[in-house]
Design a protein around this ligand. Structure first.
Ligand code: GLY
Length: 398
């Protein structure tokens, strides 16, 4: 049974599903944007956000965000077959192997964000053994962060540190790397750890009103779950838009592996909250504490992530009516993004999606403003992925 709100109750009703013609234009624009970046970024990465809508200068392979640009290259290669995209992405795979072998900026859980759209994608598309090796090393690195006391993958900081003994909702997107590693090696340990983390996380992050906690602390001595705390959200009890989006997409991916009622329930409830709280133009403010009218910035990347989550669930769910409905909602979200946020020409920006927000300061969080009302590589990537998912039966990189 569908548990999402009927279209008539949603702001989304104002946006018809992206038409075939518009999808074709959007895909052409996305490939063109990617090609326009090759002169500067074939052998380099994009920084974690643009400045004035421009990524410049190129970045080294650091932070949690570089895999997305490589992922865009693979998407553009899939659509166009142009060797230049494959060559650039292949160079980047070598950089990812070097990064994990030399342990450069990998003391955190974001191995999936880094290695799924870059190296798992490379391996799936080309069979490149270097990419396989890099992705398996990244999976090894991630399982090393599993905490028996609490049954979760510690996101950040020194392992066992009291001030970082927590999981974060974003980690749901890091788990497909572990399931892939088990499929690839036959070693059940990766998937077992992913499943243990999933069961813990899906049991804790959801609040009674269907919004989510960004992070959840545990007692390092007993493993007892303690409390939900905001990191990038406005306040502990608010719904950070991107955190909610990671929850939606992550629950859809969890359902791929577990096929259980809990993942489906988390997916449905988090999606319901997200859709019910969208502003009129369907591009969420960075935190759902804000609604129309507000001077606060948007986070378009959250919308793109949710479109991918809906499209993932659309292909997993047995009921064809519900599947069509999820596709319909995703295509409407993509229309809103195409209408308000898409970069349509390389003269405007060297990203794909305007109006993202990496981090926003509030009186109740410890963030400084960062990448506010800018492009960011994950918004660019997930927007492109959503378009590709709408256009064909896409073999997931995740
Ligand atoms: N995964 C970190 C973020 O969404 O900002």
């Amino acid at each position: 049974m569908n548990m999402l709100p009927p279209l008539s109750e949603l702001a989304l009703a104002a946006y018809p599903p992206l038409s075939g013609e518009a999808l074709s234009s959007a895909l052409d624009a996305a490939v063109r944007q990617t090609a326009s970046c090759l002169p500067k970024f074939a052998h380099a990465f994009k920084y974690s956000h643009s400045v004035g809508n421009w990524y410049d200068p190129p970045s080294d392979n650091v932070e949690w965000t570089t895999g997305f640009w490589t992922g865009e290259l693979w998407l553009a290669y899939e659509l166009s077959g142009k060797p230049a995209f494959r060559e650039a992405a292949g160079w980047q795979v070598l950089s990812f192997l070097d990064r994990i072998e030399r342990k450069i900026d990998v003391d955190h859980h974001d191995m999936g964000f880094l290695y799924s759209p870059s190296c798992v994608a490379a391996y799936k598309l080309t069979g490149d053994p270097v990419a396989r090796k890099a992705a398996l090393l990244a999976a090894d690195n991630l399982v090393g962060r599993f905490q028996d006391r609490g049954q979760f993958l510690q996101a950040w900081g020194t392992l066992g540190a009291h001030d970082n003994y927590r999981l974060i909702i974003d980690c749901l997107l890091n788990l497909p790397l572990l399931y892939w590693a088990t499929d690839e090696t036959g070693d059940a340990r990766y998937a077992a750890i992913a499943t243990r983390h999933l069961r813990t996380a899906l049991g804790l992050v959801l609040r009674p009103d269907d919004s989510t906690y960004h992070t959840y602390f545990f007692d390092p001595d007993t493993g007892e779950p303690l409390r939900g705390v905001a990191a990038q959200g406005y306040r502990d009890g608010s719904a950070w838009a991107r955190g909610q989006a990671w929850g939606i997409s992550g629950a859809a991916l969890a359902y791929r592996y577990l096929g259980d009622a809990r993942s489906l329930d988390v997916f449905t409830r988090t999606t319901r909250f997200f859709l019910n709280h969208l502003p009129q133009d369907c591009v969420p403010y960075w935190d759902f504490d804000f609604s129309d009218p507000s001077p606060e910035p948007r986070d378009s990347s959250a919308c793109a992530i949710v479109a991918c989550g809906l499209l993932e669930m659309a292909r997993l769910i047995d009921d064809s009516g519900i599947s069509l409905l999820y596709r319909d909602y995703a295509a409407r979200l993509c229309n809103a993004l195409w209408t308000h946020c898409a970069v349509t020409a390389p003269s405007l920006s060297n990203g794909q999606l305007l109006h993202g927000t990496y981090a926003r300061h509030s009186p109740y969080n410890t963030c400084a403003d960062r990448g506010v009302d800018e492009c960011n590589p994950w918004g660019d990537y997930f927007y492109f992925e959503a378009l590709v998912r709408l256009s064909k039966d896409w073999k997931s990189y995740w």
